[in-house]
Design a protein around this ligand. Structure first.
Ligand code: IMP
Length: 175
C-alpha cells in the first residue's frame, strides 16, 4: 500500500489485533474481578484500542481519558505536554492506563507518576504495543498486546503527523 509517497506494510492485521485485544480484556478482567477498574485511555493514539478493549471486558469499568502530546513526525520530543489532565476521580481507584505504544517510556513514566500523585489506590499499564529496544526510562507495562522491533508504525489509532489513524491494520512506515 502506498499513501502520499509513504510505503506502508501490514505488520499486524485486524484479525490478529481483535484476537489479542479479547485476550487482554480477559486477563485484565480476571485480575480485577472484585475491583471494577477505572480505565484511562491516552489520547489520541489509544482511542480505537480503548473502545475495543472496554467492550471485551467481563467486569464493569469506568472510562476516562487523558490527552498528551510528545511526538513530532517519527521523533519523540522528549517532553510531555498535557492537553487534558488526569481527572480528579482517580482518587482511591484501581486504575488501568490504556496506551497505544510504549516506546522510550518517557510518556508512561510521566503519566504513572501523575496518576499516583492524584491519589490512585493502584495503577497498572496496558499497552497494545511495546518497543522495549527503544527504552530510555525503565518502564514495564503490566499488560502488552504485541512486542515489536524498532519500527515506526501507524494504523489502529497510531499516527504519523496526525495521519493514518483510521487504518484497521497496524502498518510499518517504509520510506
Ligand atoms: P514514548 O514517550 O517515547 O514512550 O512515546 C509514547 C508515545 O509516542 C506513544 O503514545 C505514541 O503516541 C508515540 N509513538 C511512539 N512510537 C510510535 C510509533 O511507532 N508510531 C506512532 N506513534 C508512536
Amino acid at each position: 500500500m502506498e499513501i502520499e509517497n509513504l510505503r506502508l506494510e501490514v505488520l499486524i492485521d485486524r484479525e490478529k489485533i481483535a484476537k489479542r485485544v479479547k485476550e487482554l480484556a480477559e486477563e485484565i478482567s480476571k485480575d480485577f474481578e472484585n475491583e471494577d477498574p477505572l480505565m484511562i485511555g491516552i489520547l489520541n493514539g489509544a482511542f480505537i484500542f480503548m473502545a475495543d478493549l472496554v467492550r471485551e471486558m467481563k467486569v464493569p469499568v469506568e472510562v476516562e481519558f487523558i490527552r498528551v502530546k510528545s511526538y513530532c513526525g517519527t521523533n519523540t520530543t522528549g517532553c510531555v505536554e498535557v492537553l487534558l489532565d488526569v481527572p480528579e476521580c482517580v482518587k482511591g481507584k484501581n486504575v488501568v492506563i490504556v496506551e497505544d505504544i510504549v516506546d522510550t517510556g518517557i510518556t508512561m513514566n510521566y503519566l504513572l507518576n501523575r496518576v499516583k500523585n492524584k491519589g490512585a489506590k493502584s495503577v497498572k499499564v496496558c499497552a497494545l504495543l511495546d518497543k522495549p529496544s527503544r527504552r530510555i526510562v525503565d518502564i514495564k507495562p503490566d499488560y502488552v498486546g504485541f512486542e515489536i522491533p524498532d519500527y515506526f508504525v501507524v494504523g489502529y489509532g497510531l499516527d504519523y503527523n496526525g495521519k493514518y489513524r483510521e487504518l484497521p491494520d497496524i502498518c510499518v512506515v517504509k520510506n
